[in-house]
Every structure is written in structure tokens, then in C-alpha cells.
Design a protein around this ligand. Structure first.
Ligand code: ADP
Ligand code: MG
Length: 249
């Protein structure tokens, strides 16, 4: 039994069957990659896991509890955190201010922007945010305007913001999309460190095969809304079905 069990999930947008019949089991403390051509339904699947979309059919169980019908923030409180395809940080805030947001939210169950102005007296939250910036290797950038960070550092900050919520399952949607090679490699190293040092399960959607093969313990290939193959990385590389799915791109 995996920490995440997806059974017979289907999702239709009007006339388009974006997800057909998806079954997926993600084992605890592994990195599970979901790959597949553009339009295969990868982001749709992720949206169904975090409550942004409600599947038409099937079930999604996290640690034995159904996530279906729950609001995104409730699913987040169950222990699932998600990094979106495009970075979602507040560009006008500093790195530290961004990091304070999930730290307050974790402690208080909610966050109001007014909280940032009371930071000097909120030493527990401040210490936690600072510690997370150290872990993310961003302590020297704490007072930088977030908009001026490199793509790789924005992603790093965002991943740190997710981790400060202490999730048991971290979902990443193409975390290296649009990155230069150096930033991509830094992101791979960061995720490897997280995998080694934390008690966490990671499900990652990724287009870049270098990233996939650097990180994944298990790979599911999605094509046209249906899992084509699920296997260990060494068996995915030469799989003719997988090659065929990508040839249509
Ligand atoms: P991937 O992430 O694998 O590239 P998506 O899950 O984004 O694929 O999309 C799967 C299919 O569903 C695509 O054909 C896409 O155009 C369509 N799609 C995704 N989201 C919506 C939506 N909100 N409304 C209508 N069609 C959508
Ligand atoms: Mg996508």
C-alpha cells in the first residue's frame, strides 16, 4: 500500500478525456516521477491530487484517507504540499518575508499579511524561517527582493516554503522548466539532499530526462491520459512503448 493511492481516476474537459483511467501507487519515502508527452494529462492529474480539480471518477487516498471533496488548504493540512509549474512567490516581498508566510500559516493555521509587521516579536516563527533559509542555502539572500532572484533561486525559495509546512508528500510540476542547465543541476542537488535528509515522499512531473533519471526511484509514463508503463528507471530507458509515446511530440 502506497502513501498515495490513485485508483481509476478519470477527468473530462467538455469533449476531451484528459485522464482516462489512471492508477498510481506512490510508495512512502521514494521519489516517483510521472513523465509523458505534452498534453498527456500530467498537470491535470496533479490538480486532482491537491483539490484544484475534482475527478469525474475514481478515488485518491493519501495515507489511508480520501482527499476527494476536500479543499486545497485541507489537503495541504493533511500533509501534501505542491510546487506549481510557474513559481508562485511574492516578488515584492523579500526572501525572508516570503519564507515567513508558510511558517506563520503552519503555526496559526492561517496567515494575514499584518503578521509580517509583527515579526520582531514572533521569534519562534522567525527562527524557523531563518533555519529553512539556511537549509536552502539562501541565508545570504534573505533581504533580497524576491523578484530579482534567478529562476533557480526562485524555485529553491518556493521548495523551501513548501518544506516549512513539513509535508509528508511533496508534489512538483516540472520544477526545472525554463531553467538554464546550471540552475537545473542545482535543483537536482537540492532535491537529492531533501530526499536523503528528510522523511518525505516526492512525486515529480518532469520533462527533462536528465532530471528524471537523476532522482527517480520509480517512473510512471502517462500518455493520452492513461498510464502506459510503470517501472524502475533502468527498465524505462529502452522501453519501446515509451519511445513511441514520445515520437508523436
Ligand atoms: P500535461 O501537463 O501532461 O502537458 P495537461 O494535464 O496540462 O497535460 O493537459 C491535458 C489535456 O487537457 C490537454 O489536452 C489540455 O489542453 C487539456 N486541459 C488541461 N486543462 C484544461 C482545462 N482547464 N480546460 C480544458 N482543457 C484542459
Ligand atoms: Mg503540465
Amino acid at each position: 500500500m502506497g502513501i498515495l493511492e490513485v485508483k481509476n481516476v478519470g477527468k473530462r474537459f467538455g469533449g476531451l478525456q484528459a485522464l482516462g483511467d489512471v492508477n498510481l501507487s506512490v510508495k512512502e519515502n521514494t521519489v516517483h516521477a510521472i513523465i509523458g508527452p505534452n498534453g498527456a494529462g500530467k498537470s491535470t492529474l496533479l490538480n486532482c491530487l491537491v483539490g484544484k480539480l475534482i475527478p469525474d471518477t475514481g478515488s485518491v487516498m493519501f495515507d489511508g484517507q480520501s482527499v476527494l471533496g476536500r479543499k486545497p488548504y485541507e489537503i495541504n493540512q493533511m500533509g501534501i504540499s505542491r510546487v506549481f509549474q510557474t513559481p508562485e512567490i511574492f516578488g515584492d516581498l523579500t526572501v525572508l518575508e516570503n519564507m515567513l508566510i508558510p511558517c506563520f500559516a503552519k503555526r496559526d493555521g492561517a496567515f494575514s499579511l499584518n503578521a509580517i509587521t509583527s515579526v520582531p516579536s514572533e521569534t519562534d516563527v522567525l527562527e524557523k524561517a531563518e533555519a529553512m533559509l539556511v537549509e536552502m542555502n539562501m541565508a545570504d539572500k534573505r533581504h533580497m527582493h524576491s523578484a530579482s532572484l534567478s529562476r533557480g533561486d526562485k524555485r529553491r525559495l518556493e521548495i523551501g516554503m513548501c518544506l516549512s509546512q513539513e509535508p509528508r508528500l511533496l508534489l512538483l510540476d516540472e520544477p526545472t522548466a525554463g531553467m538554464a542547465r546550471a540552475d537545473t543541476n542545482n535543483t537536482i542537488d537540492l532535491l537529492k539532499e531533501i530526499k536523503e535528509q528528510r522523511d518525505i515522499t516526492i512525486a515529480i512531473i518532469e520533462h527533462d530526462m536528465h532530471v528524471v533519471f537523476s532522482l527517480a526511484d520509480r517512473i510512471t509514463v502517462l500518455a493520452q491520459g492513461t498510464p502506459l508503463v510503470e517501472d524502475d528507471p533502468q527498465n524505462i530507458r529502452g522501453n519501446p512503448k515509451v519511445r513511441e509515446a514520445y515520437l508523436g511530440e
